[in-house]
Structures are given as C-alpha cells and as structure tokens.
Design a binder for this molecule. Structure first.
Ligand SMILES: [Zn+2]
Length: 340
C-alpha cells in the first residue's frame, strides 16, 4: 500500500540529492531528498538510531520508500545532506558552514561538525596575530550575526567574540524590523564603546596630565620628547580628538595596525614615536584580550582550549600571554567619568 501524503503539490525533489536507487525519502518543508540511509546513519549517529527502529505498518511512504519528515529548517537540511552526498559541494562562506554546524550538533555528526569548525576557524580568529593575517577579508556583518548565534547554540564559544565584533559593524537600520536584534546590537555596542574609550585614553594618557577638559590646549610634552617646539604634543592631541570622535564600533579603527594613521608622523620626534608605538602595541593586545569579557564568554585562554579540543588538537597548549604593567592606568578615564 502506498501511504503517500494526500497531496504532493508544491513538493520539490531537490536536484543532486534525489537518487532513484536509494531507499529513503526525507522531507523538510516542501523539499524532498532521496538518499542512502546507511550513509546518513554513518555520518550522523542520531539518524542511525532513528533509522534502526522498526517501521510501523502505517508509516508514511513516498513513491514506495519510507518517508522521514523533519521539522528542521529545510535550507539547513539541504546543506547538511549536500555536505554528505555531494562530493563537489564546498561551503564557501560562513552561512552554509553555520547551517551545517547547527544540524551536525543536533544530530550528532562529529566529523562534519569538526570540518565546519575548521573552516570557520579560518574566518573567525581567536588571536590578534591571526586577526592581522585576515587583512581586510573580514566576514560580512550579516554572516557574522548568524555565526555568533549558532556558535552560542552549539557551545562553540570561541567563535563568539570575533563573530559578535564583526556583527557590530552592521548598519543599525538593517535591523529596524527586528527589535530584539537591534536591542542586542545596541547593547553590544554600548559595552564596546566603554572599552574603546578606555583604549584611546590609555594610549594617550601616560604622556599627559589631563586636569580639565580644556587641558587639551595645555598638554605637556612627553618626558622623553626632544622636539624644539610643541609639534609632538599638538600632533598627538589632534589624533586623540579624532580617535575619540571615531565611531566606537568601527572595529578597524580600533584594531588597526597602522597606529599613527591620523597623525602627521613627520611632526613626531623619534622618542615620541617610539613611546607611542610601544604603548599602542601593548594596549591593542589588552584590547583584544578584553573582547571575550564583553560578550560574556570565557577568556581567550579557556576559549583556546575549547577550540583545540573542537578541532582535534587536544595536546596543544594555548599561547602564553604577557601583560605589561602600565604607568597610569585609566587615570583620565576616571577623571572623565567623575566629571561627566
Ligand atoms: Zn616629541
């Protein structure tokens, strides 16, 4: 007896995932797939368990094959099945990787999960060195938002800090219809803004005694300054003002590897340049180290251990971090907060 669904209008046999010789039909939304159950069970243990159960006499069938109906997102099901059955399939961006990751997590498919995490690890770095190697090839905010959400859902927390950081660059107007996402975006930016302010002040403050808001006009030279006029102080003061008015969620401005952008470097003496660059590297690393805390996940060291485990590098030790003491931590920030 054929127990086909009463109407198959609107159902689509998905090209490349419909194999006439295979005995199992999977339905997700309006998409139909006909595949090998043994291969599916081999890759995803949860399917192995489902498919090993005896079929009920009145079980649904489609074209004479047992029909397995999934309530999952049809797009995710398709991506997952492509990853298993289509040898030419290459998930090229973060979204299909995230879709396959979510499905693999839910249906216990460890090798596919690991494969997707290896791809995502290349796009979402956990160290400043790897971030610098990305250059301008940053994930699009829309992709990053999906990756961040899936990463939390699948307990892959080491992806969360950088994915959220990329998402924060999204234009807020993209989320006008999605109140929850917009609120989340603003909350993330608010936390980020505080860190950004601290970052800028830390870089500039050790050279200056900021007594009042108007003290910008009377900042002192750096102690080691060898310029004959006040050109170093003036140039750094201009950069400080520019940095403080930069959009705080503009990640590239914060983590840029050209720290003297925005200054006329010819006007800085060699001592001021050295002092500034040394401190910039130090503060930039501290800034990166603080990112996980912004998004309520473990610190990088702990995340690195999770990452090594997820990627199968169980014996690898996380890179050691060196924290350098700072001369006057957040003095000016305390001042600004007290007088704002
Ligand atoms: Zn100088």
């Amino acid at each position: 007896m054929d127990n086909s669904p009463p109407s198959d209008a609107g159902l689509t046999k998905v090209e490349g995932l419909w194999f006439d010789s295979d005995p199992l039909v999977i339905k997700a939304g309006t998409r139909l797939f006909r595949v090998s159950p043994s291969q599916l069970g081999y890759h995803a243990k949860a399917f192995g368990d489902i498919l090993s159960m005896p079929l009920a006499a009145d079980a649904e069938t489609y074209e004479g094959c047992p029909l397995l109906t999934l309530q999952d997102d049809p797009q995710e099901v398709e991506m997952f099945l492509r990853a298993i059955y289509d040898p030419s399939f290459e998930p090229v961006s973060g979204i299909p990787c995230a879709e396959i990751l979510r499905f693999s997590h839910k249906y216990d498919a460890p090798s596919l999960r690991r494969g997707m995490l290896k791809r995502l690890a290349l796009l979402y770095p956990t160290t400043l060195t790897d971030f610098d190697m990305l250059g301008q090839q940053l994930p699009a905010p829309g992709n990053a938002r999906i990756v961040a959400a899936v990463a939390r859902e699948c307990q892959v927390l080491w992806l969360v800090p950088f994915a959220t950081l990329c998402w924060m660059q999204a234009p807020a107007e993209n989320y006008t219809a999605d109140i929850a996402s917009r609120a989340e975006l603003w909350a993330a930016r608010e936390r980020y803004h505080k860190l950004w302010t601290r970052h800028v002040i830390s870089i500039h403050d050790a050279d200056f005694e900021v007594r009042t808001h108007r003290a910008f006009s009377s900042m002192r030279q750096t102690r080691e300054c060898i310029s004959a006029d006040r050109s170093c102080a003036t140039s750094l003061m201009r950069k400080y003002s520019r940095d403080m008015s930069t959009r705080s969620y503009d990640m590239l401005a914060i983590l840029e590897d050209e720290p003297l952008r925005g200054t006329d470097s010819r006007k800085l003496c060699r001592n001021c340049t050295r002092v500034f660059l040394d401190r910039f590297d130090d503060v930039r690393q501290q800034f990166w180290d603080a990112l996980p805390g912004l998004y309520a996940v473990e610190g990088w060291d702990e995340l690195e251990k999770m990452k090594n485990k997820d990627l199968g590098k169980v014996d690898a030790e996380p890179a050691r971090r060196v924290y350098l003491p700072r001369e006057k931590p957040f003095l000016a920030l305390a001042f600004l907060v007290a007088h704002s």
